[in-house]
Design a protein around this ligand. Structure first.
Ligand code: ZN
Ligand code: FE
Length: 255
């Protein structure tokens, strides 16, 4: 199976999973780039996976559904129109992609929005706006404790899981990560790698769970150096994991 991050808007990625001439599309915020891609490579759209209701993730849904009539799978939320199947935590889904059958498990990951879900399977994590490379989504609907718990679950996935985030935010996230942890060599190395990728016009994604554990401050809230940095920023004596997460998220909002 091949995976392609298709650029949309200014910094979104619409992930496309391809097997032979069949494909699955994740979070089509707009339809035109998907339609062009399908036409260019002669692909049939079998299914669409949705992670959450924001317009930059579902905007292309009506047009794609009309034109290709795929299965449309997403979280149970009235703000997402046109689902053929709604799924929730620990549901398992099977997608027939030509000769190949894909299996995914659904994780409820509240935080960015309350009904946000992620899909894990085939060595991939399709995590929408929950986990970004070196960062995480803003808390529009959920609490810090909810988002922290969601990220913990994603962080418990196998190290070699390919992390397919929905935005190219990596370099700006890494600038923040380096402010939190100036002495983390993995962050220095990742910045150099991502600068080279962006200069060549390439995505910094997919990332991996292992890389995120090394460089993502929001997955590193149990590390004493990250806790100390958050405590210093918030002028507190000490912090626990969730409080550290909450401080980092607010700090990042104004960074
Ligand atoms: Zn979003
Ligand atoms: Fe988004």
């Amino acid at each position: 199976m091949k995976i392609v991050p298709l650029s949309a808007f200014s910094d979104n990625y619409i992930w496309i999973l391809i097997e032979g001439n069949r494909c699955v599309v994740v979070d089509p915020g707009e339809s035109a780039p998907v339609e062009d891609f399908l036409a260019e490579y002669g692909l049939t759209l079998d299914a669409i996976l949705i992670t959450h209701h924001h317009a930059d993730h579902i905007g292309g849904l009506p047009a794609l559904a009309r034109r290709y009539a795929p299965r449309v799978i997403g979280p149970d939320d009235p703000r997402i129109p046109g689902l053929s199947q709604s799924v929730g935590d620990q549901d398992r889904i099977t997608l027939e992609l030509g000769q190949r059958t894909l299996h995914f498990e659904v994780f409820a990951v509240p935080g960015h929005t309350l009904s946000h879900i992620a899909y894990f399977g085939e060595g991939l994590l399709l995590c929408g706006d929950t986990l970004f490379s070196a960062g995480c989504g803003r808390l529009f609907e959920g609490s810090p404790a909810q988002m922290h718990a969601s990220l913990k679950r994603l962080g418990a996935l196998p190290d070699d899981t390919q992390v397919c985030c929905a935005h190219e935010y990596t370099l700006s996230n890494l600038r923040f990560a380096q402010t939190v942890e100036p002495d983390n060599p993995a962050i220095v190395e990742r910045i150099a790698q991502c600068k080279a990728l962006r200069a060549a016009g390439a995505p910094t994604l997919p990332s991996s769970i292992a890389l995120e554990h090394q460089t993502n401050p929001f997955l590193r809230c149990a590390e004493s150096v990250v806790q100390a940095s958050a405590a210093k920023h918030a002028r507190r004596v000490s912090t626990d994991e969730v409080e550290t997460f909450a401080i980092l998220r607010e700090w990042k909002n104004v960074f």
